[in-house]
Design a protein around this ligand. Structure first.
Ligand SMILES: Cc1cc2nc3c(=O)[nH]c(=O)nc-3n(C[C@H](O)[C@H](O)[C@H](O)COP(=O)(O)OP(=O)(O)OC[C@H]3O[C@@H](n4cnc5c(N)ncnc54)[C@H](O)[C@@H]3O)c2cc1C
Length: 388
């Protein structure tokens, strides 16, 4: 490992690996070092993600990020092949469905219109059409739905490994170590101190530490509203057959999809105390998830939860959106975190955006200026509307 690098990326999850990949792709002359403290990714959020990818957002930035990223995922096996071995990510293009009660129809309709204006293939469905397509679904309390048939879900761990392998093949360096401190001269971050005792000088530092991003920001005395938020992914099966389903999400935050012989999903809650908590409350499925499932599909009256995996959202408590770009007047210290449950699906788009920013000083493809630090500094949220 050289003791200096052009760009040092803290954290080698989907986001850090995507930043490294796009940097090397766009400029093979730039020296990129990713410092990842746990190459097994045991607690990292990426391998624990549900894998959902969707264009169903209200902010044009998020829709554009999804459009680029989902197209990228379609091309992933070939584009990310190393030594001609395809990088399969198990993309199930089985659709993504938002269902809402009458009180949310107006909002859903507006989001749908924005999505269509931006070129998304999305369908607004009345309850009768919903019943026709999904006869098992209880629809009497629903006002409408939007189906995005080209979306779906994929294998999050395979995405991470594909990005990492390709970044390595293109010449990025991954170091198994922990960043424990950052050195500063005025408003410039000059070096990272690693747990091993090494000091790595850097031209730019990118904080892609996910749910741990606030700890890395604290190393330069910057407070961020990004907090670790526990969220369970359950695997459950039911005895009676249900027709093939897309990834389904409702306004009560029930979110699930088919997985093998059963289903994978959960009901994330913002009421969860913030913290690095990987414990499992066994009653959560029975108390919260199961009633929501059984309400929507009678088949789930008899269901069995066979596995519960806890993971952490990098929750941006200001507005639930990513913060991307230089932070708090530090021109060469960049944040790309706060995805609040969208980080896997936006990793390609945000990796590319961060590479553009670092190499050219501005966004070239999707203008993500509104996702910058300014809104955090001003305390002015940029919210998603509808289901998040
Ligand atoms: C249960 C669950 C379901 C989800 N479902 C979806 C979904 O369906 N779709 C979707 O798009 N997103 C989903 N997400 C969110 C998604 O997983 C995250 O937004 C995304 O993985 C964030 O990627 P990351 O690279 O920022 O974080 P991570 O994958 O956590 O990577 C950060 C890395 O930084 C490393 N690190 C931290 N501090 C340091 C340090 N000081 N030095 C060195 N290394 C450090 C960590 O070891 C870690 O590997 C889900 C999340 C959870 C928990």
């Amino acid at each position: 490992m050289s003791e200096s690098t052009d760009v040092l990326v803290v954290g080698g999850g989907a986001i850090g690996a995507a930043v490294a990949y796009f940097l090397r792709l766009k400029d093979p002359g730039v020296d990129v070092t990713v410092v990842e403290r746990d190459p097994s990714y045991e607690l990292a959020s990426t391998p624990r993600a549900s894998g959902g990818v969707r264009r169903l957002f209200s902010l044009p930035e998020n829709i554009a990020l999804s459009q680029f990223s989902i197209d990228f995922f379609e091309r992933f096996p070939v584009a990310m092949a190393v030594d001609r071995v395809p990088a399969d990510i198990g993309f199930h293009k089985n659709g993504y469905l938002f269902i809402v009660p009458p009180s949310h129809v107006e909002r859903l309709r507006r989001n749908h219109d924005t999505q269509r204006e931006l070129g998304c293939n999305v369908l607004l469905l009345e309850p009768e059409e919903l019943t026709h397509r999904f006869p098992s679904m209880y629809t009497e309390d629903l006002g409408a739905a939007v189906l995005s048939p080209d979306d779906g879900w994929l294998d999050a761990d395979a995405v991470l490994m594909g990005l990492r392998r390709k970044a390595l093949a293109l010449g990025a360096t991954f170091v198994a170590d922990e960043v424990v401190g950052l050195d500063q001269r005025g408003s410039v971050v000059t070096a990272a101190r690693l747990a091993s005792g090494r000091i790595l000088r850097a031209g730019h530092v990118v904080n892609a530490a996910g749910a741990w991003a606030k700890d890395v920001c604290a190393m330069v005395d910057v407070a961020v509203p990004i907090e670790p938020l526990r969220r369970y992914e359950h695997y459950f099966e039911c005895q009676e057959a249900i027709e093939p389903l897309p990834y389904l999400k409702d306004t009560q935050r029930l979110a699930f999809r088919p997985e093998g012989r059963g289903y994978s999903g959960g009901v994330p809650t913002l009421a969860e105390p913030r913290g690095y908590n990987f414990g499992v409350e066994r009653s959560y499925f029975e108390d919260v998830v199961w009633p929501a499932l059984a309400h929507r599909f009678p088949q789930f009256e008899r269901t069995k939860c066979l596995n519960t995996l806890p993971g952490l959202y990098d929750q941006n408590d200001l507005d639930g959106n990513a913060v991307l770009g230089p932070v708090a007047g530090l021109g060469n210290f960049h944040l790309v975190a706060g995805f609040s449950g969208h980080g896997l699906m936006h990793a390609p788009g945000c990796g590319r955006a961060m590479a553009e920013l670092l190499l050219t000083g501005s966004f070239q493809s999707i203008d993500l200026t509104r996702f910058g630090w300014q809104r955090v500094a001003n305390g002015t949220p940029l919210r998603e509307h509808g289901i998040i």
